[in-house]
Ligand binder design. Structure first.
Ligand code: NAP
Length: 340
């Protein structure tokens, strides 16, 4: 069975997903797109003559020939389109963030629980990265003993002009929050934020930031976000356990030795670093739908958990205080098949 997919939002990642589904992956066809800019939407499917450009997300979701939807528009629009998919009973892959506040995520959770089965997958693609998967295997095997500390770094070479200081948390660190929660299989209970001297490259941003989280068993997690590292897109992670450590290795295919030194390359951006993860993630989504399984990967609950941590970290950034929080119990819908 070919899954007929509609894509809402044909910006950077929406277009990537159109190309991925059309040229790289198997089992799906992009049959519909929409964007606030219809010219942009039409350009995204210029090579797909059967794809229809819809006037808005609601029309696309309701189109009878659309089996499943990818929401890749601007974050503040996610809630509206995910809720529309749930109302139509259609599976939806929503790029992160699931929504821009924990209250909005909660409304999505409640709507999905009312449907009674999972329809939502959130685009936390790091869970599909081979290096992070190998890291999780080591942690869960017990080989390094009980985790005590996690170091996570998330450095962007530069950021767009609309990037404001909170986006270091809501747009960047939200990936780190999710991957650490998944690696440890634990929830966070507090967040604080430290700000060092500002980088001269950060203009009026408070950049970089150090976000400190504590999990419910007491693991301390530090997340460094840099919005203007300049030298490349540099993601790193290390779990320090009682008996050893596990860290992501550099992903260079080659190292060059010359003139008394050696060098490898740092990825230029997120596309390059996580290209394989995006492919595996979306293929898994398509395969699950084709098999009639509904959503199987990162869930609305995971999106909600990341939003709760994000909201707390933003509050900590604004107040300078340590913010304590509790997630509460997950609805039964998410305890068996949350993909954790
Ligand atoms: P982008 O290039 O700005 O694309 C967003 C697109 O959605 C733009 O074309 C925008 O149009 C359009 N849009 C805005 N409101 C809309 C609406 N009401 N209906 C339909 N389309 C609408 O941003 P992006 O980088 O692709 O990011 C899109 C989403 O993906 C964000 O939530 C982002 O956080 C997420 N993302 C995730 C990853 C990841 O690693 N998983 C990586 C990149 C992005 P205008 O430009 O005219 O506003």
């Amino acid at each position: 069975m070919t899954v007929r997919v509609g894509v809402v939002g044909t910006g950077m990642i929406g277009r990537d997903h159109v190309l991925r589904l059309s040229n790289v992956l198997a089992g799906a066809e992009v049959v519909a797109v929409t964007d606030v800019d219809p010219v942009n939407a039409a350009a995204a499917v210029a090579d797909l003559p059967r794809a229809v450009v819809h006037p808005d997300g609601q029309a696309l979701v309701e189109a009878p020939d659309v089996d499943a939807v990818i929401v890749a528009s601007w974050g503040p629009t996610h809630e509206e389109y995910v809720l529309a998919c749930l109302a139509a009973g259609k599976p939806v892959f929503c790029e992160k963030p699931l929504a821009t506040s924990q209250e909005a995520c909660r409304r999505i959770l409640d709507a999905e629980v009312a449907v009674g089965h999972r329809l939502v997958q959130v685009g936390f693609m790091r869970r599909y990265d081979p290096a992070y998967r190998a890291m999780k295997d080591v942690v869960t095997s017990g080989a390094i003993g009980a985790p005590l500390l996690v170091h996570s770094r998330h450095r962007n070479p530069s950021v767009p002009s609309h990037y404001v200081r909170e986006m270091a948390i809501t747009d960047s660190a939200v990936h780190d929050f999710d991957i650490v929660r998944w690696l440890l299989d634990e929830d966070f209970v507090s967040a604080s934020v430290l700000a060092p001297r500002r980088s001269r490259h950060g203009t009026d941003l408070q950049d970089p930031l150090l976000i400190i989280l504590r999990t419910d068993s007491g693991v301390l997690v530090d997340v460094e976000t840099s919005a203007n590292s300049r030298y490349g897109y540099d993601v790193g992670g290390e779990v320090v356990g009682e008996d050893g450590t596990v860290a992501l290795a550099d992903t260079n295919p080659v190292v060059v030795r010359r003139e008394g030194g050696f060098a490898g390359a740092v990825p230029a951006g997120w596309r390059e670093r996580f290209v394989r993860a995006y492919d595996v993630e979306l293929q898994a989504w398509v395969d699950a739908l084709a098999a009639g399984l509904g959503a199987t990967g990162p869930s609305s609950w995971d999106g909600y958990a990341a939003a709760v941590a994000s909201d707390a970290a933003v509050q900590a950034l604004r107040t300078g205080e340590t913010v304590e929080f509790r997630l509460g119990p997950a609805p039964a819908l998410y305890t068996d098949e949350s993909g954790r």
